[in-house]
Design a protein around this ligand. Structure first.
Ligand SMILES: [Zn+2]
Length: 140
C-alpha cells in the first residue's frame, strides 16, 4: 500500500511528537537532547560565556578584505606576519588597529610606530605552539 513519499511534509508531521509530550530537561524544563535527560545547557555542552573575543574584529577584517581595503604593502610587513598563529582574541584586534594606523601613517607616524611596537611585542611574548586559524589574506 502506497503511503506517499517518506520525504513529504505529511510523513514528517506524522512522526512529530507534540511539545507537551517531548522529554524535558530535569533541571530547567527546556527540551532535552536526543537520548538524554538534560537540555543543551545542563548536559554540559554549552558554555554561558563562549570565547568570542576577537571574532567581531576578525569578521571586520574579512569584510575589509572582500572590499579590497587590506593593503598588500601592510600584509607583507613582518609586523603583520609575526601575528600568525596567535589566538584570535589578540590577533584580530591588533591587526584591525594596524590597518587603521596604516591608513593614517602619513599624518600620525608616531601612532603608527607605537601600534607597530605593540604588535611586535605581542608576537614575541606569545609562548608555546602557535595555531594558525586566520584566513589566507592574513597569512601571506
Ligand atoms: Zn536544562
Amino acid at each position: 500500500m502506497w503511503h506517499g513519499s517518506p520525504n513529504s511534509i505529511a510523513a514528517l508531521l506524522r512522526c512529530q511528537v507534540p511539545h507537551a509530550l517531548q522529554r524535558k530537561c530535569k533541571r530547567c524544563g527546556k527540551l532535552a537532547l536526543r537520548g538524554q535527560v538534560h537540555c543543551t545547557m545542563h548536559a554540559g555542552r554549552w558554555s554561558p560565556n563562549p570565547d568570542r573575543a576577537g571574532r567581531a574584529e576578525s569578521r571586520k577584517l574579512a569584510a575589509m578584505e572582500r572590499a579590497g581595503l587590506l593593503p598588500f604593502d601592510l600584509l607583507a610587513l613582518p609586523v603583520w606576519r609575526n601575528l600568525n598563529g596567535i589566538p584570535t582574541a589578540q590577533r584580530a584586534p591588533t591587526r584591525l588597529v594596524l590597518v587603521l594606523a596604516w591608513d593614517k601613517r602619513q599624518v600620525a607616524p608616531l601612532h603608527w610606530a607605537k601600534v607597530q611596537r605593540q604588535a611586535l611585542d605581542l608576537a614575541t611574548k606569545q609562548p608555546g605552539k602557535k595555531y594558525n586559524t586566520a584566513h589566507w589574506y592574513e597569512n601571506i
